[in-house]
Design a protein around this ligand. Sequence first.
Ligand SMILES: [Zn+2]
Ligand SMILES: [Zn+2]
Length: 137
Amino acid sequence: MDSDSSTLTGECFCGAIAYTITGSVFDARSCHCSKCRKAFSSQASSYALVEPGTFSWTRGQDLLTTYESEPGFGLAFCSRCGSTLCGLHNDQVHGITLGCLNEDPHIEIGRHIFVASKASWEVIPDSVVQYAENSPE
Ligand SMILES: [Zn+2]
Ligand SMILES: [Zn+2]
């Protein structure tokens, strides 16, 4: 595999924390539930999975703060600027927030879930794949 062309990098808003991903990111999804709105400070989450063992922190890991939202599941964010960088499952990085990527990951959000819970002010185009609640896996 050509590691140069497939390497992605990401960083938080203030730049103190950075990471690299040597594999692809996949299964991009956006969750519109009320919890994700607050967790991502946005209309929805924008999240994609990483292949196990392909993610590593390259800068500022000591500034990471984690929040466990459910047993075994959590988010890691920058304690300086507040950017949410990744999702954790049993303390392992299992996905990244698309907004913190520096490069084009060459994927699009493939499904919008919990659309029935979306904020009244959000307008979702009819053309996207959407589910009222969770999508069938
Ligand atoms: Zn930061
Ligand atoms: Zn959600």
